[in-house]
Write a protein that binds this ligand. Structure first.
Ligand SMILES: Nc1nc2c(ncn2[C@@H]2O[C@H](COP(=O)(O)OP(=O)(O)OP(=O)(O)O)[C@@H](O)[C@H]2O)c(=O)[nH]1
Ligand SMILES: [Mg+2]
Length: 205
């Protein structure tokens, strides 16, 4: 049986969400900024330790807030499927403090919304610092952000550059690692991360 892991990619506008997904799925990058207006789904497959997983990656256009109820999610087509995602990638631009504030807010809202639900508050969340190639203009030391995210928030942390294809594969591997370690959603806890992306749909991990 092939299991599906749905991953919602959320972040402020222009931080590089679409670029990260397209680099991962198509090994593609565009300097031209085309804001994402409608939610888009990408469905690459991944092989982990001999098991195949289908990823359902939701490229979520900028939203004012995490949908706080099923009704709200239903009313706003941009965030359909966001509430019940199996994992989250929260992207900020390492040069833009406001985009980190946005991630902070969304993370808190995810935690608040999922508290007490059967799918639990320990849903895997990976915080991603994007545009690593613009490192000289960063607003904070990597270490201070990483400590906050890992130690205080208990989330994963990766910095990447979609432009130069640095750590893009790693960030998906990291997230899958967390998801697999936590038993995905309805899953066998024993499966470990290892292996490769399915070559005909993605690049090798
Ligand atoms: N230097 C640099 N530019 C990047 C990188 N990733 C994305 N960009 C640029 O940043 C701009 C925005 O990228 P997108 O991927 O469209 O950002 P987004 O978060 O999907 O934006 P919205 O859909 O509007 O929310 C584009 O001009 C990209 O070329 C990167 O790693 N380095
Ligand atoms: Mg986009």
């Amino acid at each position: 049986m092939v299991e599906t892991l749905s991953i919602a990619v959320i972040g402020a506008s222009g931080v590089g969400k679409t670029s990260i997904i397209r680099r991962f799925v198509y090994d593609d990058f565009s300097e031209t900024y085309n804001p994402t207006r409608a939610r888009r789904v990408y469905r690459p497959s991944v092989v982990l330790n001999g098991h195949m997983y289908e990823l359902k990656i939701l490229d979520v256009p900028p939203i004012a807030a995490f949908p706080s109820s099923p009704a709200q999610e239903w009313l706003d087509a941009r965030c359909r499927g966001v509430r019940n995602a199996s994992a989250y990638i929260l992207v900020y631009d390492i040069c833009c403090i406001e985009s980190f504030e946005y991630v902070k807010m969304i993370r808190q809202q995810i935690v608040d919304n999922r508290e007490g639900s059967s799918s639990s508050s320990d849903v895997p969340i990976l915080v991603v610092g994007s545009k690593r190639d613009l490192q000289r203009q960063r607003f904070a030391q990597r270490r201070s952000v990483s400590v906050l995210v890992k130690k205080t928030w208990k989330c994963g942390y990766v910095e990447c550059s979609a432009k130069f294809n640095w750590h893009v594969l790693l960030l998906f591997k990291e997230l899958l690692g967390i998801a697999v370690a936590r038993g995905l959603r309805h899953n066998h806890a024993s499966i470990r991360l290892q292996g490769a992306l399915h070559r005909n749909r993605c690049s090798v991990m």
